[in-house]
Design a binder for this molecule. Structure first.
Ligand code: MRU
Length: 368
């Protein structure tokens, strides 16, 4: 995507030093646009854990590059394999819910053939990291091509009046390598001249909607309005939402979807108001090993301080302010699970399907 006319991805190898990984630092967006350099596995783990990079697809792609850095580090130790496996465990444990993380680490472990010489292993890891990132971008582009058909159909039904799309958290290009999942159909619709408007849930406690989705849409010129998290139900009751699209961090083989905390409540409100509720995801977000989202998807719990304090710009400085009594307890569940029965459809790189095992497997027969 473009920022001030220049194309950026969210993660890439440094042009001058290919042993360094560049990321857009999402901790300080939308107030500052800073490119951060990652030199070591431990910096990669820190960047994922502390959410300098975040969003399922981008976590996966960064993990892929982290494994490449792990091969460079392992080459300087006595036991290459031991170091690589230890790094793989550290990277995979950086955040628990988005399955893209372990998917990317395992893909690297499979690709790095232990019988090859070390220099060859480093090259394989580098090529695989680039392939994971390229695929992520391409899959998101295709999600846009499929998802735009839904927006087009609603637009026709409304005789060109704005299609109002509600989204939660940030499942935009910042959450992936490029394009985004939930926002990809929106960008494609906008590109085709379809009248679209996005309701952006602020997404407490970390405000990825207010800070990141709004910034993306603003940069792209897409009409949007930021709303407090609890507003969606009211808008739906008053005919002001035509569809909901969110991303996902892990989707079971039967179609239950974990996404940012609060997504489930939007799905309930959408069902009560007969509003289509879509989840957009690349296939790297399916967890083919599990069927019961509520019981089997690990839900991240983060620091209570993210609930108790809010961060923002004040006098041109990023500041953190306390919004609860200091002594109050707070708890911070990062994700919830929306059961398949509340999901109208899944928008994937291979097309759109119902959130059911049978329909998912028709698109991905190799997982039968
Ligand atoms: O905690 P985050 O910001 O990594 O959570 C991101 C989300 O929940 C997104 O909606 C999700 O990753 C889907 S889009 C990649």
């Amino acid at each position: 995507m473009n920022i001030n006319g220049k194309h950026f991805r969210t993660v890439w190898l440094n042009e001058n030093d290919p042993q360094v990984v560049n990321i857009i630092d999402q901790q300080i967006l939308p107030h500052r646009f800073v490119i951060k350099k990652l030199h070591t596995v431990s910096e990669v783990v820190h960047a994922i854990h502390d959410m300098h990079v975040r969003g399922a697809g981008l976590i996966g792609a960064t993990a892929g590059y982290g494994m490449y850095l792990a091969t460079i580090e392992a080459a300087q130790t006595k036991s290459f394999d031991e170091h690589l496996n230890r790094s793989a465990k550290e990277i995979a444990a950086a955040r628990p819910t988005a399955v893209n993380l372990s998917w990317a680490v395992n893909r690297q472990l499979t690709a790095i053939d232990t019988r090859k010489p070390v220099s060859e292993k480093i090259k394989i890891a580098r090529d695989t990291a680039i392939a994971i990132a390229d695929e992520d971008a391409e899959h998101c582009r295709r999600i846009g091509m499929h998802g735009v058909k839904i927006i087009e159909a609603i637009s026709k039904k409304k005789n060109g009046a704005p299609v109002n799309i509600l989204t939660h958290c940030n499942a935009g290009w910042l959450a992936f390598v490029d394009y985004g999942s939930a926002t990809s159909p929106v960008y494609e619709a906008y590109q085709r001249g379809i009248n679209v408007h996005v309701w952006v849930d602020e997404t407490r406690p970390r405000n990825q909607g207010a800070g990141l989705t709004a910034w993306e849409l603003l940069n792209h010129g897409v009409p949007h309005t930021v709303i407090a998290d609890n507003t969606g139900g009211h808008l739906m009751q008053h005919g002001m939402v035509d569809m909901v699209i969110t991303g996902a961090d892990r989707v079971t083989r039967v179609g239950d979807a974990a996404n940012k905390i609060g997504t489930y409540l939007k799905a309930l409100a959408a069902a009560d108001n007969n509003i289509p509720f879509y989840i957009a995801l690349p296939s790297s977000t399916f967890d083919w090993m599990i069927s019961d989202g509520l019981k089997e998807i690990p839900i991240e719990t983060r620091s209570a301080d993210e609930v108790k304090y809010v961060e923002g710009l004040c006098d041109n400085e990023i500041k953190k302010v306390l919004i609860t009594p200091l002594g109050s307890e707070a708890i911070n569940y990062g994700f919830d699970v929306t059961p398949a029965r509340l999901i109208t459809g899944l928008i994937t790189e291979r097309g759109i399907c119902n959130a059911s095992e049978n329909d998912i497997l028709q698109l991905f027969p190799e997982k039968s």
